[in-house]
Design a protein around this ligand. Structure first.
Ligand code: NAD
Length: 277
């Protein structure tokens, strides 16, 4: 079953399901990405910070898939917000991925204490202007960070990749994204596995003869999010892709949305200021 796409604000189509690669075992990353392609994924989410762009690039090359059949995202690491550093880091990303053009390139974290993300955005706009990224966007941008980029920049970010899952709705960010035609990508869509034992989710899963992970991913899809669950377990890689042949009811969606308890699994973007990763 082919993955639906969402059209970004510049007309580029992004597959709504991708494969997350953060903390995949380094020695297995290439093979796991190839397994994901076999399972039907056509979108891979990597980052300079993950130190696995090379393995992702090897998998894309070995897959035999045409370049326009695979959507690859990477992200600018925190040490490179200065304009020239961002351009140089982007060149390294293309080398590592063995690509001439990346589909989506993001600023990974705003690092408000450093306060150079508008400078980094200027570099991404140049990269976009050169045609070497088909779309550009941001990640972990809170409303005030996003507003500054909108005010300072000339390109509206195509996406904002932020933490979202049933226990963390991140509603204010999602609403601002939507108001500007920015697609919300939900990182840690399964709450790193923590939401899967929630009784509401296990009840809906049992009623639909689906797994809790499939129910959570389906909730994201029906809310219009782009998702890229991560798993190093082959059976789960397949399981997580089988989410396009069933539907949750409005009541199911509302029950899952009501689970929000403001529980982040990752850093708060206002307090993430590390540049040494
Ligand atoms: P996730 O929500 O995808 O959870 C992954 C974990 O859930 C796995 O390690 C496994 O323990 C469990 N799991 C996965 N599939 C399962 C299944 N079918 N059944 C039971 N358990 C299952 O968490 P994540 O890896 O943090 O997020 C996904 C991707 O999002 C990352 O790999 C990365 O690409 C991206 N991400 C981006 C940022 C950012 O700052 N931009 C931060 C975190 C993650």
């Amino acid at each position: 079953m082919s993955t639906p796409t969402i059209t970004l604000n510049n007309g580029v189509a992004i597959p709504q399901l991708g494969f997350g690669t953060y903390k995949l075992p380094a020695a297995d990353t290439r093979d796991l990405v190839l397994r994901a392609f076999d399972a039907g994924y056509r979108h891979v989410d990597t980052a300079q910070m993950y130190r696995n762009e090379r393995a992702v690039g090897e998998a894309v090359a070995a897959s035999g898939l045409a370049r326009d059949e695979v959507f690859v995202t990477s992200k600018l690491n925190n040490a490179f917000h200065a304009h020239d550093d961002a351009l140089a880091a982007f060149d390294r990303t293309l080398d590592e991925l063995r690509l001439d053009v990346v589909d989506l390139f993001l600023i990974h974290w705003p690092l408000p204490a450093l306060d150079r993300y508008t400078e980094a955005w200027g570099a991404l706009e140049e990269i976009y202007g050169s045609g070497r990224a088909r779309a550009i966007g941001v990640s972990n941008f809170q409303p005030d960070h996003l507003q500054r980029v909108l005010d300072a920049g000339t390109v509206v970010p195509a996406v904002n990749q932020v933490e979202v899952h049933p226990w963390f709705a991140n509603a204010e960010v999602r609403e601002l994204d939507a108001a500007h035609g920015i697609v919300t990508e939900a990182w840690s869509p399964l709450g790193r596995g923590r939401v899967l034992d929630d009784p509401t989710i296990t009840r809906i899963a049992a009623a639909r003869s689906r797994t809790p992970a499939q129910v959570v991913l389906r909730w994201h899809v029906q809310n219009g999010h782009v998702v890229f669950p991560k798993s190093a377990t082959p059976s789960r890689i397949v399981e997580n892709a089988r989410i396009f042949d069933f539907e949750l009811s409005d009541a199911d969606l509302a029950s899952i949305s009501a689970l929000d308890r403001g529980a982040r699994t990752g850093s708060h973007p206002d307090h993430e200021n590390r540049t040494d990763r």
